[in-house]
Design a binder for this molecule. Structure first.
Ligand SMILES: [Zn+2]
Length: 296
């Protein structure tokens, strides 16, 4: 067994101790504070040792020799009996295409962020619109198999609605970037519509019946253009709306920023707005109300 030449001992409280220090009966219930890959390797070692008909006490001792971690009998038993997957409760993500997954891919390509805090791999959205945050929360919970949406909390400091979810598997999946996830986006018309909706929720505007979407990534706009054409919505090529070096003002703080990259605009024809309303639409009610809905 070649387990961890470079590991640090982790105490019950998750603080790091010096290698060589003997944690007396400092049992570790293998939970969140051990990194995911490490838990997986510990688990496979446990399963191998069980095949040798070792007792739990002997498995504990063998693992301690190689990893300096004194694993609790409870954790060994849970793995041996397959009760708990070592990935923990927040990692149930399966990569089945769905509209919700397409929406999350779109949000991460748009206003969302992928962050890493210690061992926490997080998907984050911080926006001014409550409905947008709610829809992201719903989609994230759905693809991670959670029975309830994630909490949408108001940050007084940022004056924004915030949704945070964490899953190392989903994080790794999304980090690959929208360019490599096209097969999930283009799974069916519903998936495409959800992906586009996420992007228009993030960066789309509507003014006097004219829809536009902005981004510094011209390739993303070209992809949006290609997807819109599947619904019969034709657009011109993206053009530079705001050149690099131009000044951007944060409407809330009044602070001024200089653009490092040019910002491109993709504009729809006003005659295509009803088609957008019919097939795509916004999650954001404020924007949706500005769309022309057919009168019944
Ligand atoms: Zn689909």
């Amino acid at each position: 067994m070649t387990l961890m030449a470079n590991t640090t001992i982790i105490s019950r409280r998750g603080t790091f101790l010096d290698r060589g220090f003997l944690p007396v009966r400092n049992e570790v219930r293998v939970r969140k504070y051990l990194p995911f890959e490490f838990r997986m390797r510990l688990r496979s070692s446990v399963l191998e040792l069980t095949k040798l008909s070792l007792s739990y006490r002997q498995i504990q001792a063998a693992l301690f020799d190689s990893t300096h971690i004194w694993l609790s009998k409870g954790s060994i038993s849970e793995w041996v009996h397959g009760i708990h997957d070592p990935s923990g409760g927040t990692n149930k993500f399966h990569t089945d295409p769905s509209p919700e997954l397409a929406y999350v891919i779109g949000v991460i390509a748009g206003d969302g962020n992928l962050n890493v805090h210690g061992y926490n791999y997080e998907m984050l959205l911080s926006v001014t619109d409550h409905y947008f945050a709610k829809e992201f929360s719903r989609c994230l919970a759905k693809i991670l198999g959670r029975p309830n949406p994630y909490r949408v909390r108001w940050s007084e400091q940022r004056k924004r609605w915030i949704v945070q979810g964490s899953s190392i598997i989903l994080h790794g999946f999304l980090r690959r970037g929208w360019q490599t996830l096209k097969m999930y986006v283009e799974h069916c018309y519903r998936c495409i519509a959800f992906f586009l909706r996420a992007l228009f929720d993030s960066e789309g505007t509507i003014s006097r019946n004219r829809l536009s979407i902005y981004n510094t990534d011209r390739h993303l706009l070209l992809y949006i253009r290609e997807l819109l054409s599947k619904y019969g919505i034709k657009t011109q090529y993206p053009y530079v709306g705001k050149p690099a070096g131009s000044i951007l003002k944060d409407p809330r703080t009044g602070k001024l920023y200089e653009r490092r990259k040019p910002c491109y605009t993709l504009a729809l024809r006003t005659t295509d707005t009803p088609q957008f309303a019919k097939h795509i639409g916004f999650s954001i009610r404020r924007k949706n109300r500005l769309l022309p809905w057919p009168t019944l």
